[in-house]
Design a binder for this molecule. Structure first.
Ligand code: FES
Ligand code: FE
Length: 416
């Protein structure tokens, strides 16, 4: 078991006086408490040069642009002739969102205010309708466009530096999801409170699930352990950090306090340390031979493998204090089995797991306030995740200047 990371001296606790303290700001740009992980520390607006899932393909309809905020940038998703496009969601003329616009000519979007019209593939302003066909500004203005792909029924946008060459989108999708039949259920929740790193750390946090979620509906009939001895390791390809259970403690006695457990007569103990070890396991999941239930990789893809399905989640950074929470549940089935999975998802799992259970996480992600922090043994999982970011980020060039990014607006530098 890894030792707890040396932690800075905690700041004085607020609220010691008689008047209530104002709620502290969540991220303090000047603090260096995460200086052990400099890339991570300054990634308040996310990790650039990755593909992020931002919307369901079926929700992106012709003539119905979708505005999203991605790594501090406002982006308009547009569908035209079946193909998805993404443009900076701000008309350079007077700053109106292009996502409020409409299509006046094929392959374009026109701003709702004065009708400046932009070509979808390259963002070049090809007509200023209210200045006539000979308008001298035509062709001299351009909005940024973003690479877009659609896979798994999701729209993926590459949030990259201006000069970055995007890798194939498959590079940023877990490979077991490609090239085989599967059925998907999921939820996308924009504007979830909390920095994306809080959500990522919560997702892979080893210690919290068995306590925070102990009374959740999802765990109603399962006894959760008191504590685990967990080894944090890497996948053979080094892309995933993995939490491997060494031993599980279902009850224990705390010195001077007495015994504690979550044993209840209606709860059963499930002991399989890996999905493959379960009594009934989906053959595809068994073939993946996952060494443990929980794993995480960049830019924050959490994978929680159950015997019959796998939960994936992304915390897509919006601004310094919000993220788009994308939850996907995958069953490697087709035909009738896939339909039964969809019914189970819509009838129960979406509500109990992707609703109430992860709603408890949303509560913590909203109210937590770090740094400073004081880590303990199970936080080896969090520390290894931060190390992974330091190793595998795709930042290029020198570190950007330290400044807090605006919550919305045009292309912004990452800030800490
Ligand atoms: Fe877009 Fe004027 S603000 S055309
Ligand atoms: Fe949780």
């Amino acid at each position: 078991m890894a030792e707890a990371e040396p932690a800075p001296t905690p700041a004085p606790e607020p609220g010691s006086g008689s008047t209530p303290e104002p709620r502290p700001r969540r991220l303090s740009p000047g603090r260096t408490d995460w200086s052990t992980w400099p890339v991570y520390e300054r990634a308040a607006l996310g990790l650039r040069n990755f593909w992020y899932p931002v919307a369901w393909s079926e929700d992106l309809r012709e003539a119905k642009p979708i505005p999203v905020t991605l790594l501090g940038e406002r982006v308009a998703l547009v569908r035209d002739a079946g193909k998805a496009y993404a443009l900076h969601d701000r008309c350079p003329h007077r700053g109106v969102p292009l996502s409020l616009g409409s299509q006046q000519f094929p392959g374009t979007i026109s701003c709702p205010y004065h009708g400046w019209t932009y070509r979808l593939p390259d963002g070049v302003m090809c007509a200023a309708i209210t200045d006539g066909p000979e308008s001298p500004i035509t062709g001299k203005v351009r909005v940024r466009t973003y690479p877009v792909e659609e896979r798994l029924g999701l729209v993926w946008v590459f949030a990259g530096d201006l000069d970055a060459k995007p890798p194939p989108v498959e590079e940023d999708i877990p490979e077991e999801l490609l090239g085989r039949p599967l059925s998907i259920g999921g939820r996308i929740q924009p504007g979830r409170a909390g920095n994306w790193r809080y959500a990522a750390e919560n997702g892979f946090d080893e210690g919290h699930a068995k306590y925070l979620h102990r009374d959740s509906l999802w765990a109603m009939f399962r006894q959760l352990p008191v504590w685990n001895d967990t080894k944090v390791t890497r996948s053979p390809d080094n892309r995933w950090v993995i939490r491997k259970q060494q031993s599980v403690h279902w009850e224990d006695t705390f010195p001077g306090l007495g015994p504690w457990s979550q044993a209840r007569w209606w709860k059963v103990v499930r002991t399989a340390p890996t999905p493959r070890a379960a009594r009934s396991v989906d053959p595809v999941i068994a073939s993946l031979d996952l060494p443990a239930k929980a794993s995480v990789r960049l830019p924050y893809i959490l994978r929680i493998a159950y015997p019959r399905f796998i939960h994936y989640e992304w915390a897509v950074p919006e601004d310094a204090d919000h993220h788009r929470y994308v939850q996907v549940l995958v069953s490697f089935t087709e035909g009738l089995s896939a339909q039964l999975f969809r019914m189970a998802y819509l009838g129960y799992i979406r509500w109990a797991f992707h609703g109430q259970f992860t709603g408890q996480d949303a509560w913590m992600v909203d109210v937590m306030n770090i740094p400073p922090e004081r880590l303990y043994r199970p936080d080896a999982s969090v520390i290894e995740w931060r190390k992974l970011v330091e190793e595998q980020h795709r930042e290029t060039g020198p570190a950007p200047p330290r400044r807090r990014a605006r919550a919305t607006g045009g292309p912004a530098s990452p800030a800490g």
